[in-house]
Write a protein that binds this ligand. Sequence first.
Ligand SMILES: CC(C)(COP(=O)(O)OP(=O)(O)OC[C@H]1O[C@@H](n2cnc3c(N)ncnc32)[C@H](O)[C@@H]1OP(=O)(O)O)[C@@H](O)C(=O)NCCC(=O)NCCS
Length: 259
Amino acid sequence: MADKKWKTAISTHVNHEPYVRGYRLLDLVGNLTFSEAIYLLLKGELPSEAEAKMMDAIFVSVIEHSIAPPSVIATRAVISGGNSLNVGVGAGVLAFGSAHGGALEDAMKFMQEGVKSNRPVEEIVKEYLSQKKPIPGYGHRYYKEFDPRTKRLFELAEKYGFCKEHCEFAKKVEEEIYKQKGKRIVLNVDGAIAAITSDMGFDWRLGKGFFIIGRVPGLVAHAYEELTQEKPFSKRLSEEEYEYTGVEPRELPPERKKV
Ligand SMILES: CC(C)(COP(=O)(O)OP(=O)(O)OC[C@H]1O[C@@H](n2cnc3c(N)ncnc32)[C@H](O)[C@@H]1OP(=O)(O)O)[C@@H](O)C(=O)NCCC(=O)NCCS
């Protein structure tokens, strides 16, 4: 028989019942936490107690971060235009990019390739700094000494046994940046999650997925608040809040005037 066009190892139906990664869905309901079920979906196997606790901590650490990030602005602006909750949340997810959430994926790639390459950390850092390329997972607009979220996640990773070669590499890079630059460029929360999930054995291509899964509840809360607490079309700028930088008012050339 020819190969079928669609293939999946994630789930199937047996006797009209859903099975996820080989387990009957109804057996998972009530027996697995949400994070445990997510781990099963992504990894294909049930997590240990430590893996489940670490997953939970990671998702909670990114669940919300004020009204300012681009994804929240996008969600609230789109709801304000008269759209429903799913459209607003979808717009928020589309706003994730290299400067917001995407650094997690880039940092996982950087750390996984760095560890695999066995290259000296001094050499890797020098290469980035000399080319003025930002090292993904390092630096923060507000946190200049340390990122408190990184500190907390690393404490937990230590406790649950996930501080292995990627976490060690991440810390060495932070120290090496300080040595070469004479300035502390902190390992941020994206970098911490990248190091820990890499030590948990996740592929870097899942990086944005962790951020999406963790942050969507925050976007739902913002979409709901905007829907229920604000008037439609409320997300617009007043005259004082923007600067016009275009040409002064001018006449349309006479040959263009048809009416
Ligand atoms: C987040 C970010 C935009 C903050 O940038 P910033 O506010 O300009 O940071 P600072 O003002 O503290 O930068 C100080 C210096 O460190 C450098 N620097 C900042 N982040 C750096 C990084 N990740 N790698 C190398 N150098 C970095 C800056 O270029 C600047 O150098 P200079 O003094 O020679 O001009 C930046 O650190 C970055 O792009 N990081 C990588 C992406 C990332 O991890 N994003 C997730 C953030 S939660």
